[in-house]
Write a protein that binds this ligand. Structure first.
Ligand code: IMP
Ligand code: MG
Length: 187
């Protein structure tokens, strides 16, 4: 008998990146990072809470080099729109001076978050700073930004899953799914 697959949230449209495709890409990114930083003695994966948690924990297990992990918490969003103003809610603990830092977020939308945080980090004099994101929506960029380690480029959808949320919902999905914003807002 065939069982119909049901999404655990009623506002989901469709799966746009499968669990399997995510796992493959994350493994490749981890291997790439391990190779690029093979001469580094101070590699720090610095994740932005809370969206990057699932990504960073999977990613780091493919970085088979000495490394450490830290987090910052920033906010600029309410619901599905960026306010353009990025606030630091909690800072990283590591003194990053002299470290090779990879700043990691779940998704790039306007680009304000990664741009603002990377400017702040550069003032703290890391040995190097690179940017990493699981997803990028280039159509939405409002600033010029280059992501050194990118998982996937996606169209202008609002997405949840694999750590990404809408108002804290949807983080537990093991795939990336698009949100029906009309349905979500009760339309
Ligand atoms: P930016 O500052 O506009 O680039 O926005 C990046 C932040 O917005 C990310 O850290 C996400 O938390 C959030 N964000 C942007 N687009 C989405 C999305 O489609 N789903 C979930 N969160 C998103
Ligand atoms: Mg976020």
């Amino acid at each position: 008998m065939e069982t119909k697959f049901e999404f655990p949230y009623d506002f989901i449209d469709k799966v746009i990146i499968s669990q399997e495709d995510i796992q493959k890409r994350v493994r490749d990114l981890g291997n790439l990072i391990a190779n690029d930083y093979k001469d580094s003695e101070k590699l720090l994966l610095l994740g932005l809470l809370r969206g990057s948690v699932v990504f960073i924990t999977d990613l780091m297990m493919h970085v088979s080099r000495p490394m450490t992990m830290d987090f910052m918490s920033v906010s600029s969003y309410s619901g599905s729109e960026s306010s353009g103003f990025v606030r630091i809610d909690s800072d990283h603990k590591t003194n990053i001076r002299g470290w090779d830092v990879i700043l990691i977020d779940d998704i790039v939308d306007s680009g304000y978050t990664l741009k603002t945080v990377s400017k702040l980090l550069i003032d703290r004099q890391p040995r190097s700073l690179k940017l990493c994101a699981l997803l990028d929506k280039p159509e939405r960029h409002k600033v010029d930004i280059h992501i050194d380690y990118l998982g996937f480029t996606i169209p202008d959808y609002f997405v949840v899953g694999y750590g990404l949320d809408i108002d804290e919902k949807g983080r537990n999905l093991p795939y990336i799914a698009s949100v029906n914003l009309k349905k979500y807002h009760g339309g």
